[in-house]
Design a protein around this ligand. Structure first.
Ligand code: SAH
Length: 270
């Protein structure tokens, strides 16, 4: 499968052994953002167990002989479904398959990759973790938003806007978070955006702080909505998941750096 990449053939990929599981990050959306190891795994796998956020166009790059198993959690009870998925991975590996567990973004960033890996480790099943470009980095890059810039911030916080209870995470210390870094990148935050904004305002963040929401990042239907912390109520009806919310001055760079536009979006790989 790497025949037209002569240097890759020489480099040598690690063997994808039968009976093992590779947990692979698919990247934020555009198929071209998967890593070389991930691409190799798509060509080697016997079965691909993939999530709702994995772009179908990426699956089209897989070996046509590979079976595909959708393991999205939409519409089910998340905790039960997660247990089912983990058991399925174990069952497939124990049946001697090369199992590719493909997850959106990076498997270890709000992706439950560690939970699955822990279960495999406990069972003695061999596994490899292939990192991916998380949507909180790559998705923002596709919107022309850097997560850091020397003029604006020397720290960045990544957080999730909801937890297993379905509500705003109680374990997040909102007052501390609000003051710890100028830039806060939020996953799964669209649903609770008004209450998150309320918490951050109560902790002293300014209602004039810039905020941008990048929806369908790194996909042809990507769109970005600009607001401020004080005006989130006005945008809540036009932002839909999957979306990355970024609070802080970095979204201002978009005015100059918004490169993913027009004809560029017609490239199927990215
Ligand atoms: N492991 C993933 C995150 C999974 S949690 C990663 O590293 O990106 C799911 C959340 O990721 C979504 O609610 C959304 O906030 C974000 N997300 C994933 N893909 C996205 C995309 N293409 N555009 C915008 N947000 C995305």
């Amino acid at each position: 499968m790497t025949g037209h990449f002569a240097a890759l053939d020489r480099a040598g990929f690690p063997a994808f052994e039968p009976g093992t599981v590779w947990l692979v990050g698919a990247g934020p959306g555009a198929p071209g953002l998967i890593s070389l190891l991930g691409y190799y795994a798509l060509g080697q796998a016997d079965i691909i167990v993939y999530d709702a956020l994995v772009n179908d166009a990426l699956l089209d790059l897989a070996n046509p002989r590979a079976a595909r198993l959708y393991a999205g959690k939409r519409g089910g009870k998340p905790s039960e479904k997660q247990a089912d998925i983990t058991l399925k991975l174990i069952e497939l590996a124990e049946a001697g398959k090369r199992v590719l567990r493909l997850k959106g973004g990076d498997p270890m960033m709000f992706g439950r990759g560690a939970e699955e890996a822990m279960a495999l480790a406990a069972r003695g099943i061999g596994f490899r973790i292939v990192p991916g470009i998380s949507s909180g980095l790559g998705g923002l890059a596709y919107a022309g938003i850097p997560v850091t810039h020397r003029d604006t911030n020397h720290a960045v916080i990544f957080l999730t806007g909801h937890d297993e209870s379905g509500g705003v995470p109680a374990a997040v210390d909102w007052a501390a978070v609000a003051n710890a870094a100028p830039v806060i990148v939020m996953y799964m935050a669209v649903k609770h955006l008004p209450s998150i904004a309320e918490q951050l305002l109560a902790a002293g963040r300014s209602p004039d702080d810039r905020l941008a929401v990048v929806c369908n990042a790194a996909r042809p239907d990507q769109y970005v909505v600009d607001a401020t912390l004080g005006t989130v109520a006005a945008i809540i009806d036009i932002v839909f998941a999957p979306a990355i919310v970024v609070l802080g001055p970095v979204s201002g760079f978009r005015e100059a750096l918004d490169w993913y536009a027009g004809a560029l979006r017609d490239n199927s790989l990215g």
